[in-house]
Ligand binder design. Structure first.
Ligand SMILES: [Zn+2]
Length: 413
């Protein structure tokens, strides 16, 4: 995860600033292929919290540093501003052994430069505080009270989804949830176009006004080639504003969406042309990229087969089967049951392949077909008894999406 400008920065002196600011409004020129008017601004709406930090003592100060890969405890404590005698004592403290690369550590000093507290958040969301006591230090650990803020961000895609999310500081986990939620409708490796745009509403956990990590994606809009799609979280699933389940019988892409695989997503692969030449779809991706079952299935074949090289064939309900070829490694056995999104193998170039790629086929009654042209069974909609409760919960989230869709910044303030 990346929170540019918050965790990554080291602050030498205590800041008495206002945390959480509305920032970065960049106008982005729409791409040539944009099929509809785009929002003229890229909105970044951070929650506003007016917490002024108090100065405990005159001359007291705070130093913050990030524990980095390759740091030794001693070198890190020195960078944090501690003197040799404190380092000698603290380097033996078991409380500091839980530090991991990326941990943000705060040291409070009194006016004469002696440490009054060293504190940091652990991966278990506990706050460790180490304070001087007698000739040494004493550590306490307590549950941190994280605040949950609902954050909304939006941007236009120019080169890739990750470039667009990085641009406005959206954490990777949210970018991947976004790709997951719309994975039944959009192939994030092949369908994205410059000019596509999106809005995400998600939970952000904070400690003392600072972002710690992202939580769940609560609502999202994705406009792909001019087609708007919306999702709202309800229970543990995502539904359209009308209560239609967004989960589909088949994922649009057999590749797991990640930073590694996404760089290939904007390449030109006209699906029609690919289709005529070999009855399938090729996904260029680095060797080792994870390959997912696009639907619930039983493994019909897992092994080597002529030009396919290492291949997995899945049999789904009804007449459907899917084929995943040229794998470097196979992750399933014949006869095994798999559910949608399970990893079944890894991209490679076995068989007749000139470079690492996944050859994917969608078959109906044994015949390779273009899945885009076939009406596929839909997942169950929300039960009628749940609709009223869903609409109630979804309304405020949908109105947030509407605000961005209307490009109305004034209403957000
Ligand atoms: Zn192929």
């Amino acid at each position: 995860m990346a929170f540019p400008g918050t965790l990554g920065r080291s602050i030498a002196v205590a800041l008495f600033a206002l945390f959480g600011v509305v920032a970065a409004f960049a106008t982005i020129a729409p791409g040539r292929e944009a099929a509809e008017p785009l929002p003229s601004t890229s909105l970044v709406v951070e929650p506003l919290s007016l917490q002024a930090r108090e100065v405990p003592l005159v001359g007291a100060y705070v130093q913050e540093e990030q524990f980095k890969r390759g740091d030794t405890l001693a070198s890190f404590l020195e960078r944090l501003g501690l003197d040799d005698s404190a380092i000698a004592l603290l380097a033996r403290s078991p409380a500091l052994r839980v530090l991991r690369p990326g941990s943000q550590v705060r040291a409070d000093f009194s006016g004469d430069g002696s440490p009054t507290a060293i504190s940091f958040l652990t991966g278990r969301d506990t706050l460790v505080k180490i304070q001087p006591q007698g000739d040494g230090f004493r550590a306490t650990e307590e549950q941190a009270s994280l605040e949950t803020r609902v954050t909304m961000k939006a941007n236009v895609i120019k080169s890739s989804l990750f470039a667009a999310t990085d641009d406005v500081g959206i954490p990777d986990s949210i970018a991947m949830q976004l790709a997951d939620v719309f994975g039944g409708d959009i192939d994030f490796h092949r369908d994205l176009r410059a000019g596509d745009h999106f809005t995400v509403v998600y939970e952000l956990y904070q400690l003392n006004g600072r972002a710690v990590r992202a939580g769940r994606l609560l609502a999202a809009e994705f406009v792909n080639k001019g087609r708007p799609l919306r999702a709202v979280r309800y229970g543990s699933s995502y539904y359209g504003p009308d209560g239609k389940n967004l989960r589909k019988a088949f994922l649009r892409s057999p590749l797991e969406f990640s930073r590694i695989s996404s760089g290939f997503g904007m390449r030109k692969h006209p699906i029609q042309k690919t289709w005529r030449t070999h009855q399938g779809t090729d996904y260029a991706a680095p060797t080792g990229t994870r390959v997912r079952a696009t639907g619930d299935a039983v493994v019909e074949f897992a092994g080597v087969k002529g030009g396919y090289g290492n291949v997995v064939i899945l049999r789904h309900n009804g007449q459907y089967s899917t084929v995943y070829a040229h794998l470097s490694r196979i992750g399933v056995r014949r006869g095994a049951r798999v559910t949608q999104s399970d990893i079944i193998g890894y991209v490679g170039q076995t068989g007749w392949a000139t470079g690492p790629h996944l050859h994917y086929e969608f078959r109906v009654a044994g015949q390779a077909r273009n899945p885009l042209t076939i009406a596929l069974p839909a997942a169950l909609p929300l039960p009628a008894s749940e609709v009223a409760s869903f609409k109630n919960e979804a309304a405020p989230l949908i109105s947030r999406l509407d605000l961005v869709a209307q490009g109305s910044l004034a209403q957000l303030e």
